[in-house]
Design a protein around this ligand. Structure first.
Ligand SMILES: [Mn+2]
Length: 340
């Protein structure tokens, strides 16, 4: 859908005060939370009653984001979440495109008959359920899309808290502008955000320089003790069991970023982090160059995402999960060796 048509439909949708729900994906990251909080503040300027709903708790290092304490967490407050669905007029889906990816309220979301509007940058979207959408896979982040939308209305709609949330989202999804930057406008938009935001350096510090000692030691352990290099496939695998995570007093978000480190080796095309969670094995994939972890995750690990960053999951043991990955690598050998 062309941006102009999206803006036109959005504009008509938000003129009269409504009950609006903004939902984002399970295990929310900085982009999911930052874009949702900024967009909720934008919509409130039109007199709407706006709530942000996520399935489970976000990591501690995002708790400082302005407005984060107002987010409704389904796992903590299912009754309130259900009540929100009962009176909702319009639902915005931010930073994901499949209802199943929202976590525990996916059935409520699928059953809802309110207008659904998508703002997202993930691949393979089924557009059928959406009244209108801004879906661009070659944009750094949902936060960048939300920033563009707000700036379309004008700088006067942007305040310090919104700009801070949006910058936090863009910084996390681009790894501090190290990847996923596809167009000069990303920097032009960030310049406008920086004009209005809290100090850029301070925002960056809140995201990256607030590790606990345990989190940093878990990172060290993951690399020195747990990283396996498969030279023939230009691949690195790190697997962490539940008991290993507990050894480092694991908190939500503590494994965030671990998967990026192996890619800093010259000869590695793909890095995979496999973690044993409550009742599921979670995969996090990263790659360099043309190698698509989205395709790999989609085909074998019931996941997907972006070309260079994707997730997935399996219900099996940790060892089975590692074996399953190793079993599919030969199919990708040429792409992995030539992809970097
Ligand atoms: Mn994102």
């Amino acid at each position: 859908m062309h941006r102009d048509l999206f803006y036109q439909l959005l504009d008509a949708e938000i003129q009269d005060p409504k009950s609006i729900l903004i939902v984002t994906h399970v295990n929310p990251d900085g982009d999911a939370i930052g874009s949702s909080l900024a967009f909720s503040a934008f919509l409130r300027q039109f007199g709407h009653d706006v709530n942000v709903l996520v399935s489970n708790m976000f990591p501690d290092f995002l708790a400082w984001l302005p407005g984060a304490s107002d987010i409704v967490i389904y796992e903590n407050d299912a009754e309130r979440a259900k009540a929100l669905f009962e009176r909702v007029d319009c639902i915005f889906m931010l930073d994901f495109n499949q209802p199943s990816r929202c976590g525990k309220f996916s059935e409520l979301l699928e059953a809802a008959t309110a207008h659904k509007i998508l703002i997202d940058h993930h691949r393979d979207t089924d557009f059928a359920p959406f009244y209108c959408y801004l879906s661009e896979t070659q944009i750094s982040s949902t936060s960048e899309l939300v920033a563009e939308t707000i700036l379309h209305y004008g700088m006067e709609y942007l305040d310090t808290d919104m700009a801070t949330n949006l910058l936090a989202g863009i910084i996390t999804d681009t790894g501090s502008f190290a990847h996923s930057v596809y167009r000069p406008e990303t920097f032009a938009i960030c310049a406008k955000l920086i004009e209005k935001s809290a100090s850029y350096v301070w925002i960056h510090q809140q995201i990256y320089d607030t590790f606990s000692e345990n989190r940093l030691r878990l990172l060290g352990f993951s690399i020195s003790d747990k990283m396996e290099i498969l030279e023939d496939y230009a691949t690195a695998i790190i697997s962490l069991s539940k008991s290993e995570l507990e050894q480092f007093n694991y908190h939500v978000g503590d494994t965030e970023g671990v998967v990026n480190y192996p890619l800093s080796m010259e000869k590695i095309t793909m890095s995979v982090l496999i973690t044993e969670r409550q009742d599921v094995i979670r995969f996090s994939f990263r790659s360099k160059g043309d190698f698509s972890v989205h395709e790999l995750a989609k085909k074998h690990f019931s996941g997907g995402g972006h070309t260079n960053a994707a997730g997935g999951s399996l219900t099996c043991s940790l060892q089975e999960a590692v074996d399953r990955l190793k079993a599919v690598l030969p199919d990708y050998k040429n792409l992995l060796i030539n992809g970097r």
